[in-house]
Design a protein around this ligand. Sequence first.
Ligand code: C2E
Ligand code: CA
Ligand code: CA
Ligand code: CA
Length: 277
Amino acid sequence: AKEAGRNTFRFYTQGMNAEAMRRLEMETGLRRALARDELLLHYQPLLNLATGRIGDVEALLRWRGKDGGLISPGEFIPLAEETGLIVPIGEWVLHSACDQARRWRQDGLEVRVAVNLSGRQFSDRHLVETVRRALTESGLPPRLLKLEITESAVMRNAEEAVRILEELKALGLEISLDDFGTGYSSLAYLRRFPIDQLKIDLSFVQEITRHPDGAAIVRGIIGLAQSLRLQTVAEGVETVAQRDFLKDSGCDLVQGFLLSRPLPPQELAALLRREPG
Ligand code: C2E
Ligand code: CA
Ligand code: CA
Ligand code: CA
C-alpha cells in the first residue's frame, strides 16, 4: 500500500510538471507569435436585417502555428489572460483592426469593425488611451470602431465600468455588450451603461428551434433591448429557421455560419464587393 502511495504521488507530480511545461511552452510561443507577426485577424460579417446589407464585421484573432495551421482563440486566450499577455496582444488587435478598416474605407468599402476586449484589458488603466491612440494612428473615424465587452467583464465592478464605458463612448465609438445572458446583469446597471448594443450569445440562438422556452428567452432579450433602446445582434446563426425567427422577433443584426464564416481580409473584401449596390 505504501509503495502504491509513493507511485501515485510521483505520477501526480509528473502530471503537474507536464501541464506546467505545456503552459510554459505555450506562453513562450505566444510571446514569439506577437513579436514575429504570427498573429492574424479573420473577419466575420454581420448582416443588417432591415437593410439586407453588411454594415459591420467582427475581428476574430487567430494564431498561425509552426505547422502553418490556425490555432483558435479558445485555446490561447485563457492563458493570455492569466499571464497578462492579453494586454499587448489586445493592443495589437486594436491597431490591426483599425488599420484594416481604414484601408477598406479607402478602397470604397465602408464597414464598422468590432474588436473584442477581454476582462483583463477592460480593467487595464491605460485602456482608454490605447483605444484613442489606435484611432488617431490609423486615421479611422471613431464611428467605424465598435468594442465588444463581455457582460461578465463589466459586471465584475459595475460602478467602475460605468465610468470607463463613458470615457470610451466619449471617443465617439460604439459599444456592444458581448455574451449577453451568460453572466448576470443587474437591470439597474444595464440602464446606466452607455452601450449601443446587446449581443445575444450563440448558446441562446441555438436553443431557438430546439425548445419553445429557448425561443421565448430570445424574444425576451430582444424586447428588453428594445425597451432600453439598444440594438440587438444575434451570433451563431446557422439556419434559415433561426434567421427568420430573429427577423420576426425584431432582432437588428445577425452573424453566423449561415451568412459566412470568419474570413481572411481579402476574402471578406471580395464578399463586400459582391454585395448588391
Ligand atoms: P465571441 O466573441 O463570442 O465570438 C463568437 C465565436 O463564435 C467566434 O469563435 C466565431 O468564430 C464563432 N462563430 C461565429 N459564427 C458561428 C456559428 O454560426 N456557429 C458557431 N458554432 N460558432 C460561430 P472564435 O473565433 O473561435 O472566438 C472565440 C472567442 O475568443 C470569442 O468569442 C472571443 O471571446 C474570443 N476572442 C476572439 N478574438 C479575440 C480578440 O481579438 N481579443 C479577445 N480578447 N478575445 C477574442
Ligand atoms: Ca465577440
Ligand atoms: Ca459568444
Ligand atoms: Ca466572448
